[in-house]
Write a protein that binds this ligand. Structure first.
Ligand SMILES: [Zn+2]
Length: 364
């Protein structure tokens, strides 16, 4: 049994076992003993379990070195500590590196400015009453399946109340959302308009209906049209202005963006990208055009993963829901690295009190 529990791992078909876990250019310090290899799912089960055991060993070794008790909570804290301050302690107030530890309260005090900080202060973990191991297990369950899981399902698997699971679920989705706002798409990009909740065809395009949530799907592809990374951004409605604003956020200037002839996509060129509209004729023929193969594949996946279970009541949290899908999709070949990478970003995501968590996410 690993620190993430002994749950079964469901794979994506195949994935790479990372030997060098990095996030944001920083080595996470968890080096596996496995070489990069594409594995069929059956083997991946075994390797993923071995890898998690390996991660736990590394963490325990560190815990011992720091004379901690070596239990799961301490191991979790050790892991977070090394991910938060990979180069050693750094005062969040003044950047000072000298500190003393105020043992019992688990606080670090800066020698220069005397600011006291805890491991989780100023991060998404701030103020949590949960054991860190529970957080790790939630991260594990939320990242290891293609569809993701509901808050209700999460509450069953990690054995916490629905409310607790809901908060964990949304906090971790928020982490994914903030991460997905970075690193714009480059090179060749396929872009299309889509909806959550309600059929894509039928009704006039661009006209919102009460239950529908419009969003832009953009997929960075290889030169031969294979999906590489995806960005999904909710919009109020499809207008040229909205497309321009979204393009500026998610696509790097100078990228080559392919869309169909839908008028609002003229906003792409205004955002400083090279725009190639492909006129596919009337109706939704885009779905069959080879120039949109990658974006159509992604949209079909979203339909299975989100749209079929999407309730209009969840409308205000659609940006997080979309970001969660994108986050997992963009890391689909590196299943074992997902938990440490998510934890790394979580430590760099500001706290999210319940009051803020329940508000609708900003979008556009
Ligand atoms: Zn300081």
């Amino acid at each position: 049994m690993g620190i993430f529990g002994d749950e079964a791992i469901t794979g994506f078909g195949e994935f790479h076992v990372g030997t060098n876990l990095r996030e944001g250019g920083v080595d996470l310090g968890l080096r596996g003993k496995f070489v990069d290899a594409s594995l069929p799912v059956r083997k991946a089960f075994v390797v993923a379990e071995m890898f998690l055991a390996e991660v736990e060993k590394v963490i325990r070794r560190r815990a011992r070195r720091h004379c901690l008790t070596g239990d799961r909570t301490a191991a979790g804290r050790e892991a977070l500590m090394s991910w938060r301050w990979p180069g050693g302690f750094e005062c969040p107030a003044c950047g000072g590196r000298a500190y003393c530890e105020l043992g019992k309260r688990s606080l670090w005090q800066c020698n220069r400015c005397h600011t006291q900080t805890s491991l989780t202060a100023g991060t998404i973990f701030a103020g949590t009453k949960l054991d860190l191991a529970v957080w790790f297990r939630a991260m594990f369950h939320m990242t290891q399946t293609k569809q993701g899981i509901s808050a209700l399902e999460l509450s069953r698997r990690i054995d916490v109340s629905y409310n607790t699971a809901w908060k964990l679920h949304h906090k971790l989705r928020q982490v994914m959302l903030e991460r997905e706002l970075q690193k714009p798409l480059e090179g060749r990009v396929e872009m299309d308009d889509a909806y959550l909740g309600g059929a894509r065809s039928g009704g006039k395009r661009g006209r919102g209906s009460p239950g529908k949530v419009p969003f832009v799907a953009a997929v960075e592809t290889t030169s031969d049209g294979k999906a590489r990374r995806v960005k999904l951004r909710r919009v109020k409605r499809f207008t040229r202005k909205a497309i321009k604003a979204v393009t500026q956020r998610i696509v790097a200037p100078g990228a080559h963006v392919v869309t169909d002839g839908y008028r609002p996509f003229n906003g792409v060129a205004e955002a400083g990208c090279e725009h190639q509209p492909i006129i596919t004729g009337s109706g939704r023929k885009t779905a069959r055009h080879p120039a949109f193969r990658a974006v159509n594949t992604v949209l079909a996946n979203i339909k299975t993963a989100i749209a079929s279970t999407f309730r209009s009541g969840a409308k205000k949290h659609a940006p997080r829901r979309l970001a969660e899908f994108a986050w997992r999709f963009n890391r689909r070949y590196d299943l074992t690295a997902m938990v440490p990478r998510l934890a790394w970003v979580a430590l760099r995501t500001p706290p999210m009190p319940y009051r803020l968590l329940t508000l609708a996410e900003a979008h556009g």
